[in-house]
Design a protein around this ligand. Sequence first.
Ligand code: XMP
Length: 507
Amino acid sequence: MNELILILDFGGQYKELISRSTRSLNVYSEIKSGKISAAEVKKLNPKGIILTGGPNSVYLENSPKCDPAIFELGIPVLGICYGMQMMCYMLGGRVESCGVGEYGRIETEIVGNSTLLQGIKSNLKMLMSHTDQVTELPQGFQRIASTQNCLNAACEDNNRRFYGVQFHPEVEHSDCGQEVMRNFLFNICGASGTYHLEDYIERTVNAIRQKVGTKRVLLGLSGGVDSSVCAALLSKAIGEQLTCIFVDHGLMRLGEGDVIEHIFSKKKLNFIRVNAGTRFLQKLKGVKKPEQKRKIIGEEFVRVFEDESSKLGNIEFLAQGTIYPDIIESGGEFGDTIKSHHNVGGLPDNHAFEGVVEPLSGLFKDEVRIIGKMLGLPELLVNRQPFPGPGLAIRIMGDVTQQKLDLLRYADHIVCQEIGKLRKKPQQYFAVLTDTRSVGVKGDHRTYDHVIAVRAVETSDFMTCEYTPLPHNVLGRISSRITGEIKRVSRVVYDITGKPPGTVEWE
Ligand code: XMP
């Protein structure tokens, strides 16, 4: 069993980064609701507790507070931002509005000697984002860092092992953030750093074998990173007891279905590819509204899956590529927004299976990619850009036809080839077939053909994004290749909209 750091969520937007940060230092962590009782915490026996930030003001009546008995357990606590304010407030300190808030990288000076900030250079720029601050420390605490507008930018009570930072050590924009985390985890909590992903594979393989025994497991394989790594892990654990159904809805990028088939048909598992493109196109015929297209595709996916699995006879377990962010006990009750999970592979809840296997449910996306590589999946698959479940159907404005699909698929192939040559690539890039026609001239002929839009974005979480300022020569090459190599395109435009106000996908 791993040593555990418990992260209590008060609605902070960086809770996952905190967890990633401890895991990258080889200390396992889990995120739980800030409402957890002290008794439950005790049962989990964590080496340390981290209280996250949050959007509330601690002095307001209904703002979230942890169970006060948590401070009686003798477990080290690190409060970050709201977490620091809440801890100080609950232990008798005072928290007030700053008047002027601090946002961004703020000059932070370390004062005096401290355990939490030991060995860290004195002048730092730390990421801050707050409108309240601790104006009076509780008894037993000392100030260990200040900024121009926030006297108590960090504090500690070494006797009780309570620590607070107004800044965010978990984000990469903070100087020495990892060192602060390291001091807390190793010097204060006494963690030994024994969490390794290799162990995750071994542990999970054993757990799957134990759960499944000699029974059969069915997995809906979409070719996305999560379901692919899930298939690789299950195949390592139970080999031919696993059946993967890959529903090719005909809305994938150029050659993608074949690549997936090629990789998985070589593995020791039962792989079924269902070419359902015609079926999907029929259902989509004449449908123009984006939401309706999404709904039709989602439903049809489930129908195809059901049809195929009913041909297989009794299969006892259903496997799903659910990952940790999908199941984190959310701080939704404290007002943060949760990204809606809109995946076409989402299978119905009312299935007739004896049990569900979710072997990736303890992992973050980047950990899933690392495990995928460890299991021998090719780069091409594990480092795949996100691709929407409804596929090219939501990159074709208006109704979807085979002809438009072929055209977009080839334009997208050119975009991917050209941008793919760049050393630093955007996080996501693709072509969109707009529903605009435009006049052009090819040879001596007037044309009236399609307009292709190119999209490339920089983002870390896909919740917001900036457009990528692609070099003009790259854009020029994309444009001349698309208009030259594809007959029915007369014009190429570049989308320079961020999110908000746009979204990554056009529909
Ligand atoms: P938007 O367009 O919402 O996209 O800004 C954000 C990210 O999510 C992907 N996306 C989807 N992924 N099913 C998915 O699995 C969907 O229906 C879907 N819609 C958008 C999109 O490609 C981007 O990475």
